[in-house]
Design a protein around this ligand. Structure first.
Ligand code: URA
Ligand code: SF4
Length: 201
């Protein structure tokens, strides 16, 4: 089974969001909180694709509201991108974790889970029709471009794909983990700063 068994045909974003609440396209729904669907402008030129909701997103049901989301907000502002103008979503829409005491530790989704969840993103893209998709990290980029895609060789490049352009960059959580956080942050903002000139062409 995949999410394809749950995606309604010809639905707009509200219909998709509603249907996604009941998705059982892979096993992750059993352990996580609510499906965290994408949010933002329904006619956005720019879609941001993350990996999967984190601990806080899983509790609240909204994407990118925890520490990585706060860093993303700051980076978007520093790059001159208005968060209200974009649509933000994740490659996998349930939180995957292991429990260590009271803490829930993020676990990277595997290829089966990424592939199972992809029909939701495909439907979001069909409904929105963006010009550019910014992939935040390897899981997002590989969900669109295949498992052999390497962010290290292509970050910051504009790659035409399926009727829009993909810009692969790092995940904001990797900036938070980086020992040289300031430098990693500036490099992340530098990638995002290329978006506006590209869309102005
Ligand atoms: N990390 C992600 O990739 N997505 C979120 O929504 C939050 C953290
Ligand atoms: Fe469905 Fe995706 Fe959740 Fe799996 S992670 S149950 S495919 S919404």
């Amino acid at each position: 089974m995949t999410a394809a068994d749950f995606v309604p045909q010809h639905a707009g974003l509200p219909g998709l969001r509603k249907a996604a609440r009941d998705c059982q396209g892979c096993a992750l729904y059993r352990f996580a909180g609510p499906t965290v669907f994408g949010e933002g402008r329904a006619d956005a030129d720019i879609v941001l694709l993350g990996e999967q909701p984190g601990d806080q997103e899983d509790r609240v049901g909204h994407p990118f509201i925890g520490p990585a989301g706060r860093l993303l907000d700051r980076a978007l502002a520093d790059a001159g991108i208005d968060r209200d103008q974009v649509y933000v979503t994740n490659a996998v829409k349930h939180f995957k974790f292991t429990e260590r005491g009271k803490r829930r530790i993020h676990q990277q989704p595997n290829r089966t889970e990424v592939v199972a969840c992809a029909p939701w993103f495909d439907a979001e893209i069909r409904a929105i029709g963006p010009r550019l998709v910014v992939c935040l990290g390897a899981v997002a980029a590989q969900s669109l471009l295949g498992p052999s895609f390497r962010i290290t060789s292509h970050r910051g490049q504009f790659l035409p794909h399926a009727g829009y352009v993909v810009l692969p960059t790092v995940h904001p959580a990797s900036v938070l983990r980086n020992p040289d956080r300031d430098r990693a942050y500036l490099a992340f903002v530098a990638d995002l700063k290329c978006v506006a000139p590209r869309l102005a062409r």
